[in-house]
Design a protein around this ligand. Structure first.
Ligand code: ADP
Ligand code: ADP
Length: 223
């Protein structure tokens, strides 16, 4: 369970990106829906401890995120919006390298983990290609494989389906649903259908404030 209480953030330029945000996010796929500029990335970056808040608190499974950022980083997978910069090395070599950086030192264990993640994201048959030559959908799935190193219990994906064709989008959706079975997975997006189709729980963010929170059916009946 991820619990966000009274979170506020105003940037140096005076933009109030988060305005008293309160959210309770259980295990499963959670949709954070909002238009561009709503504050979604600000919220995701704050949960990922990449930027600070002015006030409020975030706890995940008992960990106080602001008091103990190292603890949350260990159990967090984060796929940011613009992560598409890859060197020209094969997918398997790149993922193996990232696994080393993640502290997975045992070569045999690492090989199992890396190959397992490539298989799980449907990239095993493309493992010897360079990620810089991947299609948009393949890159997003590689991003997920990368975010899953270290078996995180909290996974954040920010605007993941932008630029994907319908088939790639479907494939990505199925992957997210399976990941939500045993983790908190936050899907941040401006695409209503992504959330309505996939997420048992959701919230709507606009101008830094949570407008609605519940399951999609409940929310539609309130409109
Ligand atoms: P903080 O208050 O968290 O320190 P800053 O205002 O110092 O944030 O900006 C941090 C970074 O975000 C800077 O590198 C800046 O270029 C970038 N940035 C500034 N304005 C925007 C914006 N409107 N949208 C996205 N990024 C921005
Ligand atoms: P979203 O992800 O929903 O598009 P953001 O969190 O990126 O929303 O942005 C929320 C608001 O904060 C926007 O008005 C944006 O321009 C502004 N903003 C985002 N990052 C920064 C930053 N680092 N410095 C100043 N303003 C920012």
């Amino acid at each position: 369970m991820l619990s966000i209480k009274n979170l506020n953030k105003t940037y140096d330029n005076g933009v109030k990106a988060l305005n008293d945000v309160n959210l309770e996010i259980p295990t499963g796929l959670f949709g954070l829906l909002g238009p561009n500029g709503a504050g979604k990335s600000s919220l995701m970056r704050t949960i990922a401890t990449l930027q600070s808040a002015d006030s409020g608190s975030i706890t995940f499974d008992g960990i106080d995120v602001f008091a103990d950022p190292m603890a949350i980083r260990k159990t967090l997978g984060y796929l940011p919006q613009d992560f598409n910069v890859y060197p020209r090395v094969t997918a398997i070599d790149l993922l193996d390298h990232l696994a080393v950086l993640k502290g997975i030192n045992n070569t045999k264990e690492r090989k199992e983990i890396v190959e397992g993640l490539l298989a799980h994201t449907n990239l095993y048959q493309h493992r010897l290609k360079s990620v810089s030559g991947y299609s948009g959908g393949m890159r997003q799935r590689f991003g997920i494989a990368q975010a899953l190193l270290g078996d995180p219990k909290l996974l954040i994906v920010d605007e993941p389906t932008a630029g994907l064709d319908p088939e790639e989008r479907n494939r990505f959706h199925n992957l997210l649903v399976s990941l939500g079975e045993e983790r908190v997975v936050i899907l941040s997006t401006h695409i209503v259908d992504d959330v309505a189709e996939l997420c048992p729980n959701m919230a709507v963010l606009a101008s830094g404030s949570i407008l609605l929170q519940g399951n999609p059916q409940q929310l539609v009946s309130q409109l």
